[in-house]
Design a protein around this ligand. Structure first.
Ligand SMILES: Nc1ncnc2c1ncn2[C@@H]1O[C@H](COP(=O)(O)OP(=O)(O)O)[C@@H](O)[C@H]1O
Ligand SMILES: [Mg+2]
Length: 220
């Protein structure tokens, strides 16, 4: 991102003049108080929002010069964990988690064991046939995480992914992200959890009032 600013109508400067570079393969926390702009920063990164000013590159390309096909390709390489989960209500947990495989044209049948293994990994092995409404907030969050990682994305963007689970499960989920990171996935985790930030020695970008404030630990 190069001098990126986001203005919402009647709310100028939600993100102000932010420049940052997240190298491929890095693991970065985005932190700051509620309302600081963390979710907005992630939205920029998944091309869900166009900046009012500044430039953004993703996978080495200008994010806003992409053709439709290029944009679809970029999106297929992203995994996003939304703060509000966004599971599809009428689909089972299994189908929700397997959805990115279908979207990218993979043979879901041959991936059955992998989907089930991932469900076990996030502690939802017995919930494959359940509908989202039967799950607690923390369980939905874990289903959303499984869905975001199933395609082994090049870039994983996770918005408060441990916000609804207790600390033990939160640690396990971050370890899952670490495993992916070791396999090459670039990881960005927005969190206001001080205990997570202290526990994991990854660089942290701190937002305050839309600006990049002190960098807790330098981003490589
Ligand atoms: N679509 C929108 N329109 C107007 N204001 C918004 C919109 N989305 C977020 N905001 C405001 O932008 C600020 C930053 O929000 P957000 O990025 O969600 O922060 P965080 O994730 O750090 O809590 C907040 O003050 C929020 O109310
Ligand atoms: Mg947020």
């Amino acid at each position: 991102m190069d001098q990126v600013t986001v203005d919402y109508p009647a709310r100028p400067g939600i993100i102000r003049d932010v420049s940052l570079n997240l190298p491929a393969g890095s693991f970065t926390f985005v932190t700051g108080p509620s309302g600081a702009g963390k979710t907005t920063l992630l939205k920029l990164m998944f091309l869900g929002l166009k900046p009012s000013a500044g430039r953004l590159q993703i996978f080495g390309r200008n994010a806003y010069d992409l053709s439709r096909d290029q944009k679809a390709y970029v999106r297929s390489r992203l995994g996003v964990v939304f703060q509000d989960f966004r599971l599809i209500d009428h689909m089972s947990i299994y189908d929700n988690v397997a959805l990115p495989l279908r979207v990218t044209g993979k043979d879901v049948k041959s991936e059955r064991d992998y989907v089930q293994e991932l469900l076990y990994w996030v502690g939802l092995g017995d919930y494959a046939n359940a509908k989202p409404e039967e799950l607690s907030g923390g369980q939905k969050q874990r289903a959303a995480i499984a869905r975001a990682v199933i395609n082994r994305p090049a870039l994983l963007l996770a918005d408060e992914p441990t916000g609804n689970v207790d600390d033990g499960i939160g640690l396990k989920l971050i370890r899952l992200f670490e495993e992916l990171n070791k396999l090459g996935t670039t990881v960005v985790v927005a969190t206001h959890s001080e205990s997570l930030l202290q526990r994991f020695e990854y660089p942290a970008i701190r937002l305050d009032g839309g600006r990049l404030a002190v960098r807790e630990r330098d981003v490589a």
